[in-house]
Ligand binder design. Structure first.
Ligand SMILES: Cc1cc2nc3c(=O)[nH]c(=O)nc-3n(C[C@H](O)[C@H](O)[C@H](O)COP(=O)(O)O)c2cc1C
Ligand code: FES
Length: 642
């Protein structure tokens, strides 16, 4: 492919690519994102290739392995364009029918469509599925339209037109003004305005400056950045080059964790293609602007996502944070002005340039503009990636998009903001999602993790879990974080084991205050959030654990017991046979009894007891009833009575 030397040449190439494509020709998009690959997408892709050949459709149909469109719960996802027919949980054996029916006969294969669990209605098109219908998919929408390995696919959807617009028609100051006007706030954690950060670097006197993509994505359960890098790597690259132009930088870095091999592969390939086409390198599009990008694979420590630790790791040293007396946009990588932004922040830049700041600010609230991608996981019917306008309520995300809580359970809380975020209770479900709103509620936006918790979740244990994660991930450089978190974890563990003492809550509050005040970096400063937010909304659960040795959610193993109600037991033998610890006494026609000294509290008996009997009970904070005497345990069956 010849180098593209000017905007005119770019438009000529774009026209030529489009002229080779017939918009009415069927195109089968098969999600090749990590979630669908895990559910067998590779086999589905192979089956399509084989069957297309077999059915003689090679010249009539295109296939594409695309990035993740978000509905990973129902993968492998297949969308057939131009009709946008969406098939879910597709298996290799479905492929012949899809080709013979949908491609040849233009008929829909009904059994592969989405079925609304409440109304039973089927949705043929992607945009009719409630999961998608209630989203605003400005950024992620292209993931299912392009083959992430093809630069031509990116060019066909207007790719690199924002770069061309900037390099040929805007000064760096004008680009900066547009980004400032959009009020784009960083999507990686703190929500700092991108324009202000860029301006600081631009105005810094140093000649050499850097722009960096933060693709460390260390939050457990989060995969927004991974999906963007895997699915649409050129959009991030384009944003980064524009950022470089705006601040006067000629060097960019992509810091991506090495546990994301597909993201590394796709962004590396995107850089190679962009170099071949001349979107990277010297004299880009004949503008005189030079820019290069390198990929750096991080070893995968959570703290390396923190700006100063990331830059230290990029310099080849151990990824530990440093105090931010001077911000890294002024003194950053190798002591030079460095703009670090999150993957999603960069992905917004080409859209803002192409569509304008006014378009961008129509989405969102006063303080939080645009859309945000969340990874919706936990006790929720539709897990996956969702892109929503800022200002949407938590209720709409959880119920309209997420489909509510499975198994008829009650919603308890939603944990947002990653491990150092907080838990938001049911009474705040109508809270609008925005940077400031979530912080005021004691949580934070973070990079977009959203974990839904149901009534069976113990909030003290949730707090213990996240503090444990942060204790493990602390780099150990400062005492309040290294020692303080360790102590917090010890106290919380004791509470969940029924060894909590009067005064523990006050001690945890004191340790939290010290970490917030004195920790070196934001890991330590924000680490007490899981404790403080659960204490704020669920103090009664802490008190029940400490004072009554009771876990209200019936979750903490040391505080619960299983017991079989003799009046309900039908001696059906199911729990007795399934108990892995052989802790159920009794027998045929003989009421069963949990032998407490053998019970490991695995809960198998509770799960397998037929709901019509509901004889196994989980109790907490009360003594286990004494077993009935041996001679009274015989059940006399009615049929035998006759
Ligand atoms: C412990 C810790 C981990 C972080 N991890 C990430 C991360 O994985 N990805 C990210 O973009 N930002 C992460 N951040 C936030 C970064 O420090 C930084 O604020 C961000 O990358 C700036 O980009 P933004 O303004 O576009 O959000 C982390 C912060 C802390 C304190
Ligand atoms: S990986 Fe396929 S829908 Fe997410």
């Amino acid at each position: 492919m010849p180098r593209v030397n000017s905007t005119d040449e770019l438009e000529k190439i774009r026209k030529e690519i489009l002229s080779r494509r017939d918009p009415n020709q069927p195109c089968i998009s098969i999600c090749a994102g990590a979630g669908c690959l895990a559910s067998g997408a590779s086999e589905v892709i192979a089956a399509f290739k084989e069957e297309i050949e077999k059915q003689g459709l090679k010249t009539d149909v295109n296939t594409k392995g695309t990035g993740c469109p978000g509905f990973c719960e129902r993968g492998p996802v297949v969308v057939i364009y131009p009709e946008e027919t969406c098939y879910l949980q597709v298996k290799p054996e479905d492929v012949p029918e899809i080709l013979s029916q949908t491609i040849k006969e233009k008929k829909v294969v009904n059994r592969l469509l989405y079925i609304d669990p409440t109304t039973g209605e089927k949705a043929t098109h992607e945009s009719d599925i409630p999961f998608y219908k209630n989203q605003v998919r400005n950024i992620i929408c292209n993931n299912s339209k392009i083959d992430s390995k093809s630069i031509d696919d990116y060019l066909a959807i207007d790719g690199y037109s924002a770069l061309a617009k900037v390099l040929t028609g805007m000064t760096p100051e004008e680009v900066l003004e547009e980004v400032k006007k959009s009020n784009l706030r960083g999507r990686g954690g703190g929500g700092f305005p991108a324009g202000r950060k860029w301006e600081g670097s631009r105005n810094a006197p140093e000649k050499i400056k850097y722009v960096i993509v933060n693709a460390d994505e260390g939050d457990p359960g989060a995969f927004m950045d991974r999906a963007l890098l895997e699915g649409n790597p050129h959009s991030i690259l384009e944003g980064l080059i524009i950022g470089g132009y705006a601040i006067g930088s000629q060097e960019g870095y992509i810091y991506v964790r090495q546990e994301y091999p597909l993201a590394v592969e796709n962004i590396t390939l995107a850089i190679q293609r962009a170099e071949e086409y001349g979107f990277l390198g010297k004299n880009i599009l004949g503008s005189g602007f030079d820019f290069t990008v390198k990929v750096h694979q991080g070893a995968g420590a959570f703290v390396c996502g923190e700006s100063t630790a990331l830059m230290t790791a990029l310099e080849g040293r151990a990824g530990e944070p440093r105090p931010k007396y001077i911000r890294s946009n002024i003194v950053g990588l190798w002591g030079r002005p460095s703009v670090l932004n999150n993957v999603e922040t960069w992905a917004n830049v080409p859209l803002i340039i192409n569509k304008g700041a006014d378009w961008f600010t129509q989405f969102g609230t006063e303080g939080s503009k645009g859309t945000k991608i969340f990874s919706l996981v936990g006790k929720i019917t539709n897990t996956g990636l969702v892109e929503v306008p800022m200002g949407i309520t938590l209720r709409d995300i959880i119920y309209k998009i997420g489909g509510g809580i499975p198994g008829g359970k009650k919603f308890k809380a939603v944990q947002t903001g990653g491990p150092s975020g907080g838990c938001i209770p049911e009474e705040l479900l109508d809270l609008q999602v925005g940077f400031d709103e979530l912080t005021q509620a004691g949580s934070m936006m973070g990079s977009g993790g959203m974990i839904v918790l149901d009534e069976d979740t113990c909030m003290v244990d949730v707090s213990r879990y996240f503090i444990n994660f942060l204790t493990d991930e602390s780099c150990g450089k400062c005492v309040p974080c290294r020692e303080g978190l360790r102590q917090m974890h010890k106290i919380l563990t004791n509470i969940t084991k029924g060894k909590g003492k009067e005064g523990d809550i006050a001690l945890l509050e004191e340790l939290s205050e010290t970490a917030i005040e004195a920790a070196l970096c934001a890991l330590g400063k924000s680490a007490p959030n899981p404790f403080l937010s659960t204490l704020r909304y669920f103090r009664d659960e802490y008190e029940a654990h400490i004072k009554e040795k009771r876990c209200p959610a019936l979750s903490c193993k040391e505080l619960i017991a299983y017991h079989i109600d003799p009046a309900k037991c039908q001696a059906c033998m199911i729990c007795l046979k399934k108990c892995p610890a052989e802790a159920i006494g009794g027998g045929k026609n003989k009421i069963h009894v949990v032998e407490q000294e053998k019970c490991t509290k695995c809960g198998t008996c509770f799960e397998v007891c037929p709901p019509r009997f509901a004889a196994v009970q989980k109790i907490s904070g009360e003594p286990v009833p004494s077993p009935i005497p041996e001679e009274e345990r015989i059940i006399i069956r009615k049929s035998k009575e006759k």
